[in-house]
Design a protein around this ligand. Structure first.
Ligand code: NAD
Length: 261
């Protein structure tokens, strides 16, 4: 197990992509700090399952990362409870869809706070410890929407482009500190975040979810398949490996060809 002895904070890891990443890191021996919202019993069950299956320590921190001070608390709690922070995965994110002129201000502020600012505050809090150990991995979950746009997603697209930019800046500053910083840019992954968009589309068009799934994929991706959270987890594990030690500042697509067009 390549990550035994490392500690990872994965934000937004109570469901979807974050949970896939937490599981992949745990399967390589990393101790995990989970974060996110959800039913307390279900979260306890996830903790127990991962800890038992992979013989690692799995803690949970329920910080609401749209508040800067809670982002710092989550980083500090990881260091205090698990003895360090070697791998930071900034994954928590939300979506809201509306044309610019109808986009609610509070949705703009909320998406920017969580999808962009939390990444900044978490990196800021985590970097000193990584520098002192001369080893660290920061993986920011951006999106194909960090590289190209779609209509009706002004806040999400702006935030994800911001994440790609912030990733590059941190990578340059840390280039000779043993710390790499990269952004993953997934295409469609079938998680609760996308399931909500499918339900909205089906309600609007009067069709069923299966039809909307096929249409959603075909609109953007040459490859008509969803990426799985497991594949994204595997990519994160690779970025934590020695083989990836010179990959830094890169927006890495895992998107069925979305941005190749
Ligand atoms: P999801 O809704 O399944 O999971 C989001 C996670 O974030 C959950 O654990 C949730 O509890 C947590 N969360 C939400 N608000 C939070 C807050 N204020 N503080 C702390 N945690 C909070 O979504 P997902 O699809 O797994 O998305 C994960 C990331 O991947 C997001 O950044 C998203 O933008 C990105 N992404 C998703 C897709 C996709 O197709 N699903 C594609 C590209 C990028």
């Amino acid at each position: 197990m390549s990550l035994t002895g490392k500690v990872a904070l994965v934000t937004g890891s109570t469901s979807g992509i974050g949970l896939g990443i937490a599981r992949a890191l745990a399967s390589e021996g990393a101790d995990i700090m989970l974060n996110g919202f959800g039913d307390a019993d279900q979260i306890k069950q996830i903790q127990a399952e991962l800890a038992e299956e992979y013989s690692v320590r799995v803690h949970f921190n329920g910080a609401d990362l749209s508040h800067p001070e809670q982002v710092v608390d989550a980083v500090v709690a990881t260091q205090r409870e698990l003895g360090g922070l070697d791998i930071l995965v900034n994954n928590a994110g939300i979506q809201f869809v509306a044309p610019v002129e109808e986009f609610p201000n509070e949705k703009w502020e909320g998406i920017l706070s969580l999808n962009l600012s939390a990444t900044f505050y978490a990196m800021k809090a985590a970097i000193p410890m990584m520098k002192s150990k001369h080893w660290g991995r920061i993986i920011n979950i951006a999106s194909a929407h960090g590289l190209v746009a779609s209509p009706n997603k002004i806040a999400y697209v702006a935030a994800k482009h911001g994440v790609v930019g912030a990733t590059k800046v941190a990578a340059l500053e840390l280039a000779n500190e043993g710390v790499t910083v990269n952004a993953l840019c997934p295409g469609w992954v079938l998680t609760p975040l996308v399931a909500q968009q499918l339900r909205d589309r089906a309600a609007e068009s009067g069709s069923d979810l299966e039809t909307e799934e096929v249409k959603l994929l075909a609109e953007k991706q040459p490859m008509h398949s969803f990426t799985s959270p497991e594949s994204i987890g595997a990519m994160v594990v690779f970025l934590c490996s020695d083989a990836a030690q010179t990959i830094t500042g890169a927006p890495l697509s895992i998107d069925g060809g979305w941005v190749a067009q």
